[in-house]
Design a protein around this ligand. Structure first.
Ligand code: UGA
Length: 429
């Protein structure tokens, strides 16, 4: 099929490259001319496993092209995906300005009526409004379908080809026919539901995962006080098939471009309907408190940060990405500096970005970061850190102390090497 994708960001580009590698004819559109030129030359603007190879193969086979001409693209394709960003405004509400710009351009494009597929995460009911806008601008019966995405950063392409489910919100259901054909090569349950239901599924799924993490983090607070190791509790709870082991790792909590923005936008939708989002507020409050509690723990272990030398291991919001959006490390670095610590950061992907944003040293090697330090603070559980030689670590530090923000180390092993250990959700050092 011939498809157009508006938005060459994380979702749009990963989706476009994936469809192109399935043999569809894909045109990705973006307003950023420089980005388009780099993509046409085979350079992706962010790191994602497999993306570069699939992009260059699709360019060679000419199954993908990049342009800034949305109206022309709309006239040439069978389906147009909308995959632009919907960041949070100050009050949490989703900012839909990019979406409305695309809808306006499509409506005025003069394209014969076709289907617009919304992949961006949008508040429930937005599909109805976009359909009205397209129809009023074009005076033609455009259809709008919702097709939320569940890709994770760091495994976007694997998630695309092996999804747990494909959700299509189509009112009427016949409007899903094009997408059924498009996804026919992918083996996953294909659920067609009313458009608003599909929009809700995306928010509810992300909020549920965020809630699972906040839940175990709150249990972790009690574990810490009562001499229980929260990781043993997670393990045992996760073996109950009804609960499941995923997203039960306690620690510094969730960040990134999705959970914080989507939880905030969902809270706003509740407020707009006059319903108190009590669970969601607690989920968000518990998450915010993680960073504070982690700093309190570190402060109490060190007796304050003034003149302390701190090695911060990990800065990206999770391993496998250089994305710093809403990363707990940002607040941690800021506080440490404010309270007079000397900070050296090691992150295999986000080091340069951190060096540009803060007055800190960076080190490529975790041991070099820990040289002469009073404490190592683990903020992101990259494998690189878990493989560090602990005997060498102890020898390099001024005061051997590891504060584990991700419950990623085995406390017994760390302590056997003569390194003091503290973590959120585990009995004290
Ligand atoms: C998330 C969802 O997992 C995707 O399904 C969704 O498509 C995406 O948001 C989106 O809406 O676009 P992502 O933001 O890439 O994907 O990150 P996750 O892998 O879900 O991790 C989210 C955060 O939770 C990270 O900060 C991670 O460190 C934290 N986390 C995860 C925990 O603190 N504990 C856990 O047990 C698991």
């Amino acid at each position: 099929m011939r498809i157009g994708i508006a938005g060459a960001g994380y979702v749009g580009l990963s989706t476009g490259v994936a469809f192109a590698s399935m043999g569809h004819d894909v045109t990705v559109v973006d307003i950023d001319r420089a980005k388009i030129d780099r993509l046409a030359a085979g350079h992706a603007p962010f790191y994602e496993p497999e993306l570069d190879e699939l992009l260059s193969r699709a360019l060679q086979k000419r199954t993908i092209r990049f342009t800034d001409r949305l109206a022309q693209t709309a006239r040439e394709v069978d389906l147009v995906f909308i995959a632009v960003g919907t960041p949070a405004k100050e009050d949490g509400e989703a900012d839909l300005s990019a979406l409305w710009a695309v809808a306006g351009a499509l409506g005025r494009s003069g394209a014969a009526p076709k289907t617009a597929v919304i992949k961006s995460t949008v508040p429930v009911g937005t599909g109805d409004l976009v359909e009205e806008r397209l129809r009023s601008l074009s005076r033609a019966p455009w259809r709008v379908v919702s097709n939320p995405e569940f890709l994770r950063e760091g495994s976007a392409l694997r998630d695309f080809f092996h999804p747990d489910r494909i959700i299509v919100g189509a009112s009427p259901p016949e409007a899903a026919a094009g997408l059924r054909q498009l996804y026919s090569g992918i083996d996953a349950p294909f659920l067609v539901m009313p458009r608003r239901a599909a929009e809700m599924v995306k928010y509810a799924s992300n909020a549920f995962l965020a809630a699972k993490i906040s839940f175990i983090n709150q249990i972790g607070d009690l574990c810490e006080r009562t001499g229980v190791d929260v990781t043993q509790v997670s393990l045992a709870m996760g073996l109950d098939a009804r609960i499941g082991e995923a997203f039960l790792r306690a620690g510094l909590g969730w960040g990134g471009s999705c959970f914080p923005k989507d939880t905030a936008a969902l809270i706003r939708q509740f407020e707009q309907q006059g319903i108190e989002p009590s669970i969601l507020r607690a989920v968000s409050d518990v998450n915010r408190s993680r960073r504070r509690r982690f700093l309190e723990l570190a402060r109490s272990c060190l007796g304050g940060f003034r003149s302390a030398r701190i090695a911060l291991w990990g800065a990206s919001f999770k391993p496998g990405t250089d994305d710093l959006r809403e990363a707990p490390s940002l607040e941690i670095i800021e506080r440490l500096l404010q309270e007079g610590a000397e900070v050296r950061v090691c992150d295999p992907a986000a080091g340069e970005k951190i060096a540009a944003a803060f007055d800190v040293e960076t080190a490529a090697d975790p041991l070099a970061a820990a040289d002469g330090a009073d404490a190592v603070l683990l903020a992101t559980e990259w494998d690189l850190f878990l493989q560090v030689d602990l005997a060498e670590l102890k020898a390099r530090m001024r005061r051997p102390l590891l504060i584990d923000g991700r419950n990623a180390f085995d406390p017994g092993r760390v302590r056997r090497h003569g390194i003091a250990y503290a973590a959120l959700g585990r009995p004290g050092p």
